[in-house]
Design a protein around this ligand. Structure first.
Ligand SMILES: [Zn+2]
Length: 127
């Protein structure tokens, strides 16, 4: 790995530690098969919040891990879709970026379209 990428790798490793769900949090999700029914609602809510936290953070952790992989194999900073270089400014803001800004905008747009389509379907079913 070339020297100028080393600080990026270190920064990504540090972010990965923050992003990876902690063992304690994971265990706290497992312990509460409890008999205390009175407390069930608040526990369910807590579990849901914790579950969302794990969901989001493991997505980020996965992205960071694959960015570290790309650093190692020399493809870091190259758009996974069009293989153009991702703008340095974008990489500074989002070091684990997988797509260049054009492909990302494209992906966002089609994501929004999918979402709109789902909403339309939901409404049609509700009607
Ligand atoms: Zn691209």
């Amino acid at each position: 790995m070339s020297g100028h990428l080393e600080p990026i790798r270190q920064m990504l490793e540090a972010r990965l530690k923050e992003a990876a769900p902690t063992r304690a949090l994971r265990e706290s999700l497992l312990i509460d098969h409890v008999s205390d029914i009175a407390d069930m609602n608040s526990q369910a809510a807590e579990r849901e919040i914790a579950g969302q936290y794990i969901g989001n953070s493991s997505t980020l952790a996965r992205r960071i891990r694959s960015a570290i992989e790309r650093l190692k194999n020399g493809s870091y900073g190259v758009c996974l879709r069009c293989e153009e270089h991702i703008a340095p400014k974008r990489l500074r803001a989002l070091p684990w970026a997988e797509l260049c800004i054009h492909c990302q905008e494209d992906a966002d747009r089609s994501g929004q379209q999918e979402q709109r389509a789902r909403i339309t379907i939901d409404r049609a079913e509700a009607a």
